[in-house]
Design a protein around this ligand. Structure first.
Ligand code: COA
Length: 372
């Protein structure tokens, strides 16, 4: 039977970043303005006053220290609290395509491949810049790839679902080489004016090149097996969509941006993910002691520590379950791939590792890899 391998990864990191202190200063200035503007309603009890955020809370609750963003100024402007990302003309590359192309070029270079050797491009992300033409087709054209391309959306699990889709196509024999690209502009679907979640997300793009595992000469990661699962939940939701953009619904509605019931997500997703990984490993006959590394979704440090302990049956050793969320925050589908891209080169031939993502849907995806 044919098998697939990851032969290259790339990470596009925006040049601008925002520390927790800068973010909290902007949020608090926004809260003060809001309270001043709504002083009468707040006094009458019809509007709730906004409370200050705290950098200490953010670090303790999430492990996040800073995040990269495509535009700092708009996010940090207390009168705006939203990135400036002007619409591009139709004959210019779209923003997501540009980010994705940058990450894809790094993945191709690592694998020693030309774009023309790629048979399919999947743009798998939690939001797409437009409905059509697919961003993936634009990336295919900008890179000069052959074959076909399409967009996918499985929120934070888009990358692992994309990797399984690519591996399945390679195993079935329809393509030999697939680029899975995850451009995540989370800053544009985060509600920066909401203290409960304003610190959560950052922007990035990742790319993973997956090829037929035949005659590979460079270091690579054999995809031993993949496992996906979904279970409907409203606890992470974004109601923005083309049906909601009718003229009478253009008002500033909170449910048009990222919403979550963080506590419930915490409680419900942890057992779901732990059981998913345990079942996947059991199915493959892999014991905790066989795993060299875990590259987990990057939403919350406490969550990752818990999953690491559950999977390994002990506290992970330093470096066994690398986190990147202190620098990048939650970058939706890209998080586990950033961790994989930055913390996998030291694995020896035959070492096993597991990539796992989880998020809205709920969705969970795991990929067991073996260094080749
Ligand atoms: N600054 C200061 N205090 C804050 C705050 C902020 N920015 N945000 C919330 N608080 C306060 C709350 O008001 C609450 O106060 P109270 O106890 O007086 O009511 C307290 O801190 C705890 O808030 P809570 O929202 O329950 O915090 P938490 O410990 O659950 O942490 C998250 C919040 C979002 C970090 C955490 O729930 C989480 O990571 N959940 C999982 C999220 C996830 O994986 N989502 C997937 C997204 S793709």
């Amino acid at each position: 039977m044919r098998s697939a391998a990851i032969t290259g990864t790339g990470v596009f990191t925006p040049s601008a970043s925002i520390s927790n202190d800068e973010l909290v200063a902007a949020f608090n200035a926004h809260a003060d303005r809001f309270n001043e503007e709504h002083a009468a309603e707040i006094a009458a009890g019809t509007v709730e006053a906004k409370t200050h955020s705290s950098a200490d809370f953010i670090l303790a609750a999430s492990g996040i220290e800073r995040r990269f963003v495509m535009d700092r100024d708009g996010v940090l402007d207390p009168a705006r609290m939203f990135p400036h990302l002007p619409a591009r003309a139709d004959d210019e590359p779209s923003i997501m395509a540009e980010m994705g192309v940058n990450a894809a070029r790094q993945a191709l270079e690592q694998a020693g491949r030309e774009a023309s050797e790629v048979g399919a491009v999947l743009c798998a992300a939690s939001n797409h810049e437009r409905a059509y033409p697919a961003i993936a087709v634009e990336i295919q054209s900008l890179l000069g790839c052959g074959g076909f391309a399409f967009d996918m959306n499985v929120a934070c699990s888009s990358a692992t679902f994309g990797i399984q889709t690519a591996a399945d196509m390679i195993r079935a024999g329809s393509v030999r080489s697939v680029l899975v690209i995850n451009p995540e502009i989370c800053s544009a679907h985060l509600e920066w004016r909401d203290r409960d979640c304003h610190f959560i997300f950052g922007d990035v793009a990742t790319a993973t090149l997956i090829e037929l595992d035949e005659g590979l000469t460079r270091p690579h990661y054999k995809i031993r097996s993949t496992r996906l699962a979904t279970q409907f939940s409203n606890n992470i939701r974004n109601n923005n969509g083309f049906l909601r953009r009718t003229r009478d619904q253009m008002e500033d509605r909170r449910d048009m941006q990222f919403m979550q019931n963080g506590r419930r997500v915490f409680k419900e997703v942890l057992p779901l993910v732990s059981a998913h990984i345990a079942d996947h490993m059991a199915e493959e006959g892999i014991a905790a002691g066989d795993l060299r590394r875990l590259w987990l979704h990057q939403a919350n440090k406490t969550m990752n520590d818990y999953i690491g302990r559950k999977v390994l049956g002990r506290d992970p050793e330093p470096g066994e379950q690398p986190n990147i969320l202190q620098d990048y925050a939650n970058t939706s589908s890209a998080g586990s791939i950033i961790a994989f891209a930055k913390h996998s080169a030291d694995l020896a031939k035959g070492d096993l590792g597991l990539i796992c993502s989880f998020g809205a849907g709920y969705s969970v995806g795991s990929v067991i890899v073996e260094r080749g």
